[in-house]
Every structure is written in C-alpha cells, then in structure tokens.
Ligand binder design. Sequence first.
Ligand code: NAD
Length: 349
Amino acid sequence: MLISAAKLTQFAIQVFEAAGVNSNNAKLVGEHLVEANLKGHDSHGVGMIPAYINNIVTQLLTPNADARVIRDKGAVLVIDGQHGFGQVVGRQATALGIERAKQIGVACVGSRNNHHLGRIGAYGEQCAAAGMVSVHFVNVVGHNPAVSPWGGREPRMTTNPFCVVVPRPGTWPIVLDMATSAVALGKVRVAYNKGVDVPDGALIDHEGLPTNSPKVMFERPLGSLGPFGQHKGYGLAVMCELLGGGLAGEWTAQPEHPRGHNIVNHMFMLIVDPEAFGGLSTFQHEVQEMVKYLESTTPAKGFDKVQIPGEPEQNTMAARRRDGIEIDESSWQGIMRAASRVGIMASPV
Ligand code: NAD
C-alpha cells in the first residue's frame, strides 16, 4: 500500500488522539514516526502504532506525561521521562540539555524512563539544529532481551542504539544512528511480516548457528540477533547498556528488573557546543573539507559513490516525499487493528 506522508501523519495523529493523547503529543509522535518511514527506517515508523496503543491501554505508557528534572548539578542533568512518549519526553530532555550546553559549553544528560524513543537520530538532529554536536548511548529494557553477546547463544541485551550527530550550516547534519545489533529488531519484524529472509550474519538460531529466517525471533524454538561487527559491536552494545542503562537509567537488562511487554529506553547524552572548543566556524571548515575529501574517494566495484553517514536517509526521504511511503499489508493490518481498538475503523486509503 502506497500512502503520502501527509495522509499517514494525519491518520497517526487521529489514532493517538482517539487513544486519549493530547493533540500536541499526538502531533509530535505522529510526525516522528512518519519521519522514520520517510528516512527509510520502517522499523521505527508507523509500524510501532500497535505497540504504542497496546501500552497505552495496559497503562505501561503514560501518554500525556512530561519530563521532570530530578538532578541538576552543573553540566549534569538527570531527567525522568515518567514513562511518557519518548518522542515527547526525550525531546524535552534534549531541549534542556541544549540550553545547558549553550550556557556552559557542555551538558551530560541522563534521560531515563522514556517509553520507546523511536529513531535516536531525531534527538541528535534536534541538537544539530541548535548548532550542537551530540553523542547518544541508549539501552532498551522492559521486555526479554533479544541480542546475544558475541560468542554466546542466549540473548542478554536488546538492540541498544548508538548515535553521533555533527551539525553543518545550510545543509543536513552528519548522522551516525544505528542499532548495535547486526540489524534493528524492527527490521526483522518487517521481514517476518513480508515473509522474506534477513541478510547473512544478522541472526542465530537456538543452537547459536547462523540463519536468515526471521521466524527465529517470533516462533519457538527462539534464536537471537547477533551484534554488528562481531566483538566490536558487542563492546559498543555493552557500553550503551552501562552508560544508557546503568548510569542514566539505573535499569540495565540484568534480571533483577521487570520484563514484560514494555519498551523503555534510557539515554545517556553528551551535548557539546563547538563554540566552547575552537569555535563553530573553524570546526565547520574542517567538517566541510573532510567531507569533500571523503566524497572524492573513487568508488569500489559495486558502489556508485562514497556516502556520508546520514546521506542514505536524505536520499530515501526525497524519494518517499515524491512517491509516497510503501507499507506492507501485514503491518497495515496490525495498524488498522490497533486503530479499531480506539474506535477508528475507516482506513485513510
Ligand atoms: P542502518 O544500518 O540503516 O544505518 C546505520 C547508519 O549508517 C546510519 O547513520 C546511516 O546513515 C549510515 N549508513 C548507511 N549506509 C551508509 C553508507 N553506504 N555510507 C555511509 N553511511 C551509511 O540503521 P539501523 O542500525 O538499522 O538502525 C535503524 C534505526 O533504528 C536508527 O534510527 C536507530 O536509532 C533505531 N533504533 C532505535 C532503538 C530504540 O530502542 N529506540 C533500538 C534500535 C534501533
């Protein structure tokens, strides 16, 4: 099914409002999800609506909660999202961090108890729009782990995203935004819904053997996702767990904590004002010249050009704004079932 971004956003907002979400929050969440679809991350787009509606109904997600500062110590802010929409309380925490970084050059923000934050790049882009560099370490808890440590065959963590964003005046920021698993779990869900295989090296079965079948994440006997980049991705995932979960959230994936159907993100965020270093313009000169140098690389066989992190999302967004967003049938049925739970029966297409 092909749908325009505008129509899809309007529908998402309508569904959230019907679930009791105030119009400001419904708009923020609807726009965030559709932007993830536009940028090619369908795993973090409107396909999340069923999980969000379910968590509102079961009171795991408090849809109109605001972020609350619980510790304010110079460069350090600890902010509790109170299980509100990540797209709302995570944005609020990021805005507070940006203000602090503007005042003193740096902010180190512990943003805890956010319901699913969605696409982490969105918070980096919020910092970049204010001229800030940012680094984000995030863990994911509230449900069973899905990612095995390198060398193991039982899951111990989830897809723990890591993100770094660098602003560029007049053009899109450089965005490295990635799951530390070989692929995002939501991408395995999309592959399962479509009935297609996932790429090599992404999944292992219950015996720890490589498999391409997304079924191992949804049907018994259960397998798990592997980390990207073998021991290196595993190491970065551990640091997301310890900084995002341990330091910011005081809630890692270790088994003392509750596990059910919740999706909770804790985010450790460093926000840096380049003016506090050698100044924005000196930094921008280096960024611009380095990007040119990277782009001048002769492409390897099978590649059209060398891209900059964040560029694939810009290209996909341009194409999807023009052509519309494709949503697979099974995901759409899930979204319509969720909509019907809150009294909306009519599909927008
Ligand atoms: P991905 O593998 O598609 O992309 C990862 C990064 O690599 C991006 O920054 C992208 O711009 C860059 N990239 C891709 N191809 C490139 C190329 N050829 N040259 C240069 N750079 C390139 O992303 P992913 O790991 O599947 O993650 C998808 C999304 O899932 C992210 O937005 C992430 O924040 C989100 N996520 C969220 C959670 C959560 O709990 N909230 C958990 C996991 C992932």
